[in-house]
Design a protein around this ligand. Sequence first.
Ligand SMILES: *Cc1c(COP(=O)(O)O)cnc(C)c1O
Length: 399
Amino acid sequence: MKDEKREKLSLDSKMVYYPPEPGSMSISDPIYMASNYQYTEEIYQRVLDGERKSVNIYSRCGNPSEYKFEDQICWIEGGDACLATASGMAAIAITLFGLLKGGDHIVADWTTYSTTHEFLDHRFTDFGVKTSFVDTADVNNVRKAIQSNTKVIYFETIANPTMKIPDMEAIIKLAHEKGIIVICDNTFASPYVFRPLDWGVDLVLESATKFIGGHNDALGGTITMKSKLMPEDTLEKIRWSTLTKLGGALSPFNAWLLLRGIQTLHLRAERMCQNAMILAKHLESHPKVQRVWYPGLPSHPQHEIAKKLLPKFGAMITFEIGDEPTAVRVLDALELSTFGASLGGVRTTTQVPSTMAFLDIPPDQKAEMNIRDGMIRISAGIEDAQDLIADFDEALKII
Ligand SMILES: *Cc1c(COP(=O)(O)O)cnc(C)c1O
């Protein structure tokens, strides 16, 4: 299929289709497990002349399975270039180490993924990169935090655990007026629910471990760009300057699993979003539930923004009951849903964000961020919605 025709396909078709491998015409791409590739005199010369992606050298510097996955992510994110990494955290660390240097400043939302927050708040400060943490639901907080050395504004499409959605359009406009790069971690949404590059975000990051892979069996991450602020070869430069140095290459086997995952992302995510809406409405009407946080409910603080930016609303819900021990007892009583850390897989998973994701945040700061001890986070899976409701109703009987 010609690229012009492929470009016109709907997102669903883009997820399913990728061209066969030219040599074998295999419609499931082969897994190139080789760590090492043979040189000829001609290849040797091309490498010496600076050719990179078109020759295979060594798997940490890129491999055909990774390139195929990167190419497919580019199509579904609507980007110009993509770099795949060993995990979501590798994507985040490689992006930030690749773009920033000591003395630079970041403005980040105060509720990013816990490991991201720790990286920005502790590890990155050791290298002289400071971060101001603000509530990005209000662009004025971002405006006030910008300094002359601010290089990056960083937020998540849907932020844990209140499923907050930043005032994205206003932030992107402000950032671009000032020449600041906007980075969005889109993991909680997935490219099915939201495509940040379409709205002007410069770099979109995904933990492909979650919705893209979708089966709780492969770690991976992606960095995709379509930026007016940065040259087109920015990610290839980051591959050579940073990824190969930090060693965060994606394994060929995981690239293959993730590529397989993409082909059903739209079907899985569609069912997950439907299940999330059904569960959120049910929990909101449940007498033992104090509050539900889901962007698809009119009670959510950013419901209007959600309707405009991500009208499928996503698969992530938080609800509140009593205190932390009660939340843990309820989660332990669930039988169909799985009590565990991760999200985005075919099975519904649950966790207690206050202790499992935000253990390091002091209590007064948690209160300001609306993170409460009795919160339960759900990543809705693809099970039958009525079975899920029955599972939650049964578990909630213990309180
Ligand atoms: C899981 C997650 C990450 C980290 O991804 P890994 O693949 O676990 O390294 C980053 N951001 C968000 C929002 C996540 O949920």
